[in-house]
Design a binder for this molecule. Structure first.
Ligand code: FAD
Length: 435
């Protein structure tokens, strides 16, 4: 297939073209490759799987250790479950100049297959395939003589060491499970699983399941399982939907506070004083950042040269695709010298002020990348640095309407909404991209 857009032609000749290695070919890696090429850099994308798409490549298999804690296990990258539909409306979810319009699945909150198809079309349309090395796992990244060395492994070829000017890390952060600490769990006889290894509800037929968490996946998975399980008990640190007790609309699902302790006779006690004898504890408790290949001798230093190690897609509570697109544009521009960084003193002062504010407000450090309410401010700052238009007003309003709707109507938010006017406005705006 001939790509519609020729990335070998850059409208602005780069000031300083770089040889850039991108690690990962999910949404972040693909858009990073596009932006770097657009700016005239030379790009190689390393992808350890045999397909592009990252999280959106559904894998029905699960890992051999259901909690996913054994460092020697064979890692399965994607955490998607079979029934997953997006938790964002498609109009806000897509890249800014390549809208996520209907491919096959006409729903506004589509199934996961539709998202993968969109990413595959994006790859084809911009001719990114020729930049991607599939089945190439980055094993080690280190600095040597002011350049980056990358050691990659392809099963057919073995290890290969190469030299790059810059590295853009796009390895995703929904693969390495974080689990809840439960006093007494060592003696508890049931099965523990992390949502990373949840695919379908059938294995939970007739069981008593405790699900820990209140994220988007927790809200979906507890309902998925309630269709077949005997009982589902949701333990939540932040009860965001309904009072503690039976969940409305379900005769076999209860909401509890967090778990207090687990016991050798199978009993699990909650902080609200209730207790159940459970077969399974399912941790929907999120993920850890991990960069096992990075070896920077404990320090990432930036001297006079353009900064050369960047990370795309780290923030959470965001709309990932457009955020990754803007971060990538900015990285491409900074790498070529089109955009300058503040001085390192200014940046350090900013970091210190940021954490002082965390300290005084009692916010834990692991919330560093939680953008939440600052999402659009952050995106618009990146956009202005790169001389791009700011976020559309309809997009901001739609994001906030969808977030509210998700909280108020967790059962039906994907099929009932009140922002049809915004969706119509979005579709009108998208017409300029179909020409
Ligand atoms: P990933 O998609 O994880 O891609 C990372 C890539 O890096 C992978 O292909 C991996 O194989 C590769 N890689 C990792 N390590 C190496 C290595 N050492 N060498 C080479 N390659 C490597 N976002 C939305 O916008 N809407 C949603 O509705 C939504 N729902 C979600 C539901 C779930 C259950 C999860 C887990 C996430 C969801 N997200 C959603 C967020 C989603 O993660 C982002 O949309 C997006 O896929 C992130 O892209 P990424 O490229 O940063 O990471």
């Amino acid at each position: 297939t001939i790509p519609k857009h020729n990335l070998n032609f850059s409208p602005f000749p780069p000031l300083t073209p770089q040889n850039v290695a991108v690690i990962g070919a999910g949404a972040a890696g693909l858009v990073a490759a596009r932006e770097l090429r657009r700016e005239g850099h030379k790009v190689v994308v390393f992808e350890r799987e045999i397909k592009v798409g990252g999280t959106w490549v559904y894998n029905p298999s699960t890992e051999s250790y259901p909690l996913g804690l054994d460092p020697t296990r064979v890692v399965i990258h994607s955490s998607l479950y079979a029934s997953l539909r997006t938790n964002l409306p498609r109009e806000v979810m897509g890249f800014r100049d390549y809208p996520f319009v209907v491919q096959r699945d006409p729903r506004r909150f589509s199934g996961h297959v539709e998202v993968l198809e969109y990413l595959n079309n994006f790859e084809t349309e911009f001719g990114l395939g020729e930049l991607v090395r599939l089945g190439a796992e980055v094993r080690r990244v280190w600095l040597e003589g002011g350049k980056w060395k990358i050691r990659s492994r392809m099963s057919v070829r073995g290890d290969l060491d190469e030299v790059y000017d810059a590295v853009v890390v796009c390895n995703g952060h929904y693969t390495e499970p974080r689990i809840a600490e439960i006093p007494g769990i060592e003696t508890w006889p049931g099965l523990q699983i992390h949502s990373h290894n949840y695919r379908i509800p059938e294995p939970f037929q007739g069981q008593v399941v405790i699900l820990i968490g209140s994220s988007a996946s927790a809200v979906d998975i507890c309902r998925d399982i309630a269709g077949v399980a005997k009982e589902v008990h949701v333990a939540s640190r932040s009860v965001t939907y309904g009072p503690i007790g039976k969940l409305p609309g379900h005769d076999n699902m209860w909401l509890h506070s967090m778990i207090e302790s687990a016991h050798g006779d199978g009993i699990v006690v909650f902080r609200d004083g209730s207790a159940v004898c459970a077969d399974v504890i399912l941790h929907c408790t999120g993920y850890k950042y991990t960069f096992p290949f990075l070896d920077t001798n404990g320090a990432v230093t930036v001297d006079d040269n353009p900064p050369s190690l960047s990370f795309v897609g780290l923030p959470w509570k965001v709309v990932p695709f457009p955020l990754c697109e803007l971060q990538s544009k900015w990285i491409a521009d900074v790498s070529s010298g089109r955009v300058s960084l503040p001085s390192s003193n200014e940046m350090m002062a900013d970091v210190e002020a940021f954490y002082r504010n965390f300290n005084t407000s009692g916010i834990p450090k692991h919330y560093t990348h939680n953008l939440g309410d600052s999402l659009f401010e952050y995106n618009d700052w990146l956009a202005s640095e790169c001389e791009c238009p700011p976020s559309d007003e309809w997009g901001k309003e739609m994001y906030s309407a969808a977030s509210k709707n998700r909280k108020v109507r967790p059962e039906t938010y994907r099929d009932k909404w009140d922002d049809e006017d915004l969706a119509a406005q979005a579709r009108e705006d998208f017409e300029c991209f179909s020409k």
